[in-house]
Design a protein around this ligand. Structure first.
Ligand SMILES: Cc1ncc(COP(=O)(O)O)c(C=O)c1O
Length: 423
């Protein structure tokens, strides 16, 4: 900052940011947002707006796994709540921002996970970040064991607690055991992991991790963000499906994916929830979720539980998309979950394929690049929903097959000859 001081000092700050942005542009992982306008009641149909033009497209990458954002009962519950209470909550939970819907939602979530109590946050991210920071900060000398592919919200929550952390190899129970070997039983510990890893589409070996935790006296913090609403008899997630929910000390979930709206939560014991409610800055010092969101998510959880056919149709479609991709010779990661990642391995190519699918075939899958996934593992991530019709699936598989032939020539031999491509 010299010379033309009065004139230039602001631009020298901006150049710091511009340089960083240029770096990610050069590397091909600058983020462009596609402007998508979903049409209520017609999902996966949506409008894509670009350069003053509008096209109808099919969305194939939403985390609204069950299309609950467009469920008519959920929409009505939200509209009614606005009519009854107005739009905003009016304050933090402590200062006038707790409505009947917030209370009922937390009761519903606690019941969903068979825990004593639950606490709602404005997002799953802030639930993880705030809860982990406050809980870990309270446990002196706590050692944190964190899966290497944990989500940013978990990583940040652990980091802010300033507790010692050891990263164990992804889903590797033997490595976790090796890390824990020699650590005294009475040193406090917490294992932090996800049940479904959304970019790898794989499941944590939860039963084995529960055993390890037991053996070493470790608490378990489990992020079920990509599992709640989908897995388990009552749609509570993998811990329920595996019969180990009572062994998990803190369960985190979102209301934004399978439940289709926004917001996150933790469910746990009375003591832990009361502690987080009373000490966590990310809970205390923020306006509570809008009452309509609380009412809508409450209705969404109920609707998913009361209508098992929503989930059956969803899993049927996941199976169908996988089998059609297989027939077409498109390789994808398959660990049995509902997410279907197709690895491209290069950020610019990943973007090109996504643009081609959108422009030429009107199907939308967002490229997933660094830092969401490690460099060299860039991918497109396909998420079928119960709303995709057989026709939509056919159109999508045809489009991706053509993209594969055009952009991934060395894989062309994988394309089965009996696939009829529509031009
Ligand atoms: C594993 C995991 N945890 C937490 C979150 C944050 O959830 P939310 O979108 O509700 O903030 C995400 C979001 O994608 C996630 O993938």
């Amino acid at each position: 900052m010299s010379g033309n001081k009065a004139h230039n000092w602001k631009s020298s700050y901006n150049s710091i940011f511009d340089q960083k942005l240029q770096e990610i542009k050069n590397e091909g992982h600058y983020r462009y947002f596609n402007e998508i306008e979903r049409k209520a009641g017609q999902y996966p149909k949506a409008l894509h707006h670009k350069d003053g033009k509008t096209k109808e497209i099919d969305v194939w990458c939403s985390n609204d796994y069950l299309s609950m954002s467009q469920n008519t009962e959920v929409m009505s519950a939200m509209k009614n709540a606005v009519d009854q209470l107005g739009a905003g909550s009016g304050g933090t939970r402590n200062i006038s921002g707790t409505t009947r819907f917030h209370v009922e939602l937390e009761e519903k979530i606690a019941k969903l996970h068979s825990k004593e109590r639950a606490l709602a946050f404005n997002s799953g991210y802030s639930a993880n970040d705030s809860a982990l920071t406050s809980i870990l900060s309270a446990i002196d000398n706590c050692l944190v064991l964190s899966d290497e592919l944990n989500h940013a919200s978990l990583i940040e929550g652990i980091r802010a607690s300033k507790r010692e952390k050891v990263i164990y190899k992804h889903n590797d129970v033997e490595h976790l055991k090796a890390v824990l070997k020699g650590i005294p039983f009475n040193r406090p510990k917490m294992i932090v992991l996800e049940s479904v890893y959304s970019m790898e589409a794989d499941f944590a070996p939860l039963k084995e991790i529960v055993e390890v935790a037991h053996e070493h006296g470790a608490l378990i913090y489990l992020d079920e963000v990509h599992a709640v609403g989908l897995y388990g008899e009552n749609a509570a997630g993998i811990a329920e499906q595996e019969g180990v929910a009572d062994q998990i000390d803190i369960i985190n979930g979102t209301l934004a994916k399978a439940f289709g709206l926004a917001g996150g939560y933790i469910a746990s014991s009375n003591s832990i929830i009361d502690f987080v409610r009373s000490f966590s800055k990310g809970f205390i010092f923020t306006t509570s979720m809008c009452p309509a969101v609380a009412a809508g998510t409450l209705k969404s959880v109920e609707t998913v539980q009361d209508n098992p056919e929503i989930r059956s149709k969803f899993f049927e479609n996941v199976k169908l998309v996988k089998s059609e991709l297989e027939k077409a010779g498109i390789p994808f990661l398959d660990s049995g979950s509902h997410i279907i990642p197709v690895i491209i391995g290069e950020s610019k190519l990943c973007r090109k394929i996504s643009d081609y699918l959108l422009e030429e075939h009107q199907v939308y899958v967002q490229p997933i690049n660094f830092p969401t996934v490690p460099k060299g593992t860039e991918r497109i991530r396909i998420t079928p929903t119960p709303s995709h019709s057989k026709e939509d699936i056919k159109k999508f598989v045809n489009a991706i097959t053509q993209a594969w032939i055009k952009f991934m020539p060395k894989h062309e031999q994988l394309i089965s000859s009996n696939i009829q491509l529509k031009k």
